[in-house]
Write a protein that binds this ligand. Sequence first.
Ligand SMILES: *Cc1c(COP(=O)(O)O)cnc(C)c1O
Length: 389
Amino acid sequence: MSNIEFKSKNIGIETKLIHAGEPKPRIDGSVIMPIFQTAMFENTDSTEYHAVRYVRLNNFPNHIALNSKLAQLEGTEDALVCGSGMAAITSALLASLNAGDHLLIQESLYGGTHDFLTNDLVNLGIKFDFIDPDKPSSWEAKCKPNTKVIYVETISNPLLKIPDLKAIVAFAKANNLISMIDNTFASPINFRPFELGFGLSLHSCTKFLNGHSDIAAGACLGSKAQIEKINHKLSHFGGMLDPHAAFLLHRGMKTLALRVRYQNDSALQIAQFLEKHPSIAKVNYPGLESHPQHARAKALFAGFGGVISFELKGGLPAAKKFIDKVNLATHAVSLGGIETLITCPALTTHAGLSDEDKKRSGITDGLARLSIGIETTSDLIADFEQALQ
Ligand SMILES: *Cc1c(COP(=O)(O)O)cnc(C)c1O
């Protein structure tokens, strides 16, 4: 069995979502990739260890098809699905850094990543410095002989800032660093990091890639050599993707382009509505002209994504009231699914940050974050309107 690989650059991402990585020939004629719900396969033609197929080794037909599809979506050599976004992020970092190494990280990262970098890695003897991702001239002074990695997110959470991504790639190349980017918020539909020259792309597939809020999954994308190194770590940590979740991710990903384009469109309309509303102090959305990196987002991205954050004039009490009164948005963490969600980062996703880190990251108590689903846009706007009254 092999997996469909498109060699031509002219093949569209929608076609890749459906056909790239699919087994050829189809397994027993099955139009849809079946689940291999087993923990191991029989050894048939070899007794060597690399031929062993065991579920923790992440090397089942379901994994292989997904890896091939993901790599082709972002235009890189290889990919590795993992049991969660954090499994992907931690494995990629631990495969790239050793005790005594140093890395540069963007301020205001995803809460779990921030905590891992600033606590767990430090305890393992790996040090870091924060960089302002919008000030390339300040990076040189923080780079040391033992700096190995520069780590950023395409769109930061929850303030939706966009680093100077071109400068990050150039700086990494000039200083021989691995450039890592968490591309979860953009998804491969809105941004493909390898087109800009990034070294490693990471995803929480729990979000847009699966899109249905029913599994946890993650992925690392990069060169064959890097992915092999990460896979070696992942198989020790046990962060593989189980076959049933792999099946669901595979199914969810096929509609990625349709979902994300609708979410781009709907979120822009909702951000414009919120920005005009008298009860709202500030809206953060890269598609708005008021966003400080709007021009950069327009130049680099095919769309601005489904996540919006905003500050209500009445602070935390007003944010709590809004969440209580809204009917179509569920109060829950996470993002990128087909249903609209709302959360207060200071109380949930970023609750683990110290007051100092919150302040540095610009996360106020009255900040609310919306992940726009695929409901009718005008229904969402009408619901937000009544909740703001
Ligand atoms: C959710 C998220 C993660 C973590 O992913 P899990 O699948 O929850 O482990 C990492 N980065 C970003 C940007 C996320 O939104």
